[in-house]
Design a protein. Structure first.
Length: 225
């Protein structure tokens, strides 16, 4: 049950460990989304919590919900100001040449009738892309794959997925858009989230590494980088 996946809770915030496969926003096909579970996340409050940010349907891990509109506005400001610290874990379909680095590659949205919409790198600025920056660190390698900690410094749509595929040149394992699904779930997990609050303790949560990572021989969290 979704209430069993709460990682942090107080009077302003809830952080849940969102399962892979659960979309934050209601899909067009009418299938279940986070919205269908919000009534179970009130914990005594009359108001349903609301998501402050988004995780892709196939991305698991830390998702911040606000318990009232004022908190929602403050948390959104923290995200927009770049004050939120995030750490993601991913398995990628290859091994990078370096042990760590920074990907500084603007991202733009493109679409076509054949493939629908997607994000792409816009290094020369011809597409009007927005700045996107991600630090990364190699944690482990096994069977031709690498276990990577990603630290996004901006919050663009599909940022880590595109930065892996185009910045590192190695897509995330199981990514159906920027890599090869191959019958596997997408191996991207929001492992840690920290939101500072002046005068109060930080909202801080860490989501355990999913079993799909352990099945490939990867575990652990990678620290704060």
């Amino acid at each position: 049950m979704i209430q069993d996946r709460v990682l942090f809770i107080d009077g302003e915030a809830i952080v849940i460990d969102k399962p892979a496969g659960l979309p934050v926003d209601p899909p067009r096909d009418g299938s279940l989304s986070l919205e269908n579970h919000l009534a179970n996340l009130t914990f005594g409050f009359r108001r349903w919590p609301t998501a402050v940010h988004r995780l892709d349907r196939d991305t698991s891990g830390c998702l911040l919900l606000a318990r009232n509109p004022k908190a929602h506005a403050r948390f959104q400001q923290a995200f927009e100001a770049g004050n939120v610290t995030k750490r993601y874990l991913a398995v990628i379909d290859g091994v990078p040449d370096a042990p760590s680095g920074t990907i500084d590659l603007p991202l733009a949205k493109v679409s076509s009738a054949a493939r629908g919409w997607r994000m792409t790198g816009d290094g020369d600025g011809r597409l009007g892309g927005k700045a996107a920056r991600t630090r990364w660190r190699l944690l482990d390698t096994r069977d031709g794959r690498a276990f990577i900690a990603f630290y996004p410094e901006t919050g663009r749509t599909h940022q880590i997925r595109v930065h892996a595929a185009e910045g590192l040149g190695i897509p995330i394992t199981g990514d159906p858009v920027y890599g090869v699904a191959g019958g596997r779930p997408m191996m991207l997990h929001a492992a840690q989230l920290t939101v500072p609050r002046p005068g109060k303790r930080d909202v801080h949560a860490e989501a355990p590494t999913p079993i799909a990572f352990r099945e490939l021989g990867f575990a652990g969290g990678g620290g704060d980088g």
